[in-house]
Design a protein around this ligand. Sequence first.
Ligand code: FAD
Length: 455
Amino acid sequence: MPESITRYPIAALISDLAGIPLIDDPVSVKRRSRDFFWYSPVLQPQLQDKFADLVVCPRNEPDVIRIAASCARHQIPITVRGAGTGNYGQAVPLRGGIIMDMTALNAVERQGGGIVRVQPGLKMYELDRQTKPNGFELRMHPSTKRSATIGGFIAGGSGGVGSVTYGGLRERGNICAARIVTAESEPRILELRDDDVQMVNRAYGTTGIITCLEMPLAPAWPWVDLIIAFDDFLDAVRFGSEVALADGIIKKLLSPITWPLPTYFGALRPYCPHGRSVLIVMVAQPSLAALKAMLQRAGGEITYEAESNETPGSTPLYEYTWNHTTLQVLKSDRSVTYLQCLFPYDRLISTLCDLQTRLGDEVLQHLEFIRFGGHVTASALPIVRYTTTQRLDEIIAIHESHGVMVANPHVVTLEDGSRHKRADADQLRFKHDVDPFGLLNPGKMRSFVPAMSNG
Ligand code: FAD
């Protein structure tokens, strides 16, 4: 049994949960207590010995309610888990207790009128597969679309492929509704709509267990993947920016990636000419000709062009972008790590030049064009050559001193990882209501102090 088994009355919990599937063999429990925090050399030593006592696998919402009630009665922490692809220990149980594995709640409940109502454990690839026959798909998805769940994306993610058109999950209207179960001895079910869904958006599962989501959809265009090579990284950025701003061109992805990062791109290497930076693009088939006409003036060279393909056995082009760029590099070089940045929309190029002068090859830039607060700008997941925590902090400070907002991926709390360095006041207030004992993913919302204890 994992070491922490004696901390909580797990036997009493197991007896309450008769009929609900459980996993208690130590190897599987340990495996399900992990996510991708190993991307961070800072988090790796902090989280490597944090494990749950038990994994509980609800089959439906009534199971979720029974589990939440029993955990509240016995004061046992609950860390909800989708696919465990989060990057900063979001799904790691800092204080033991149970992992609630949501992957069996995976039904599409209904779709129509450009909206889908879906249970949280469905993988986003499968969700798109079910809505595409009706001509729709998710407005955006992380580059982990093929492995990650829709519930984990809403509770832990921020945006991704599609955000160049629709912005991130935080933009109003990008999540229609969320249904949650509270962590009380008599759990309530709450349906959060419109602005209220922000209570659970990127709250790391600290403000309720999501059992259903309503997501707005986008037209499912036939997408074309392109790699465009440029002699100069800044030319790739300039052209990406032009396309991002071209409102008549329908696109889903615009990712400028500086040389030498493409040398880590395995099967894509033949399409990434030596010494040249690349722009990775997903454009709707009807917009391809217009994009090519723009490119004639910009001087880039298309080295790869194919219909987007994410069927099993293939590697979609988007799996070289967003945080997959970091993964491609880490596959052969474990001495690097990354940051999560948002560039000022009105001085992108000059800021990139200043940072390049200041940091040189210690930081290799990789941007994602997105819409943010009504402007087109670039988020970035630069690859950082890691030396010490102190130097990493200096690099973050240098970015911030140039007006780049950094959401630090080397910390476990919502507050420290937020660009604003504080918990959303509404989320904090809401947590007191829905999780009065502080059982949901304890340790992740630093500002929260439970007002109640159960004995
Ligand atoms: P998990 O990791 O299982 O959970 C994430 C958080 O959500 C945890 O705190 C968990 O407790 C909580 N949670 C899960 N389900 C529920 C629920 N039903 N109710 C309440 N809380 C819940 N993220 C992006 O935003 N964009 C990207 O492009 C992106 N690219 C990535 C690339 C790589 C290679 C990797 C490793 C990660 C990337 N991520 C990205 C992070 C992550 O993959 C996504 O956020 C993903 O959507 C998380 O889904 P998951 O099912 O794995 O969630």
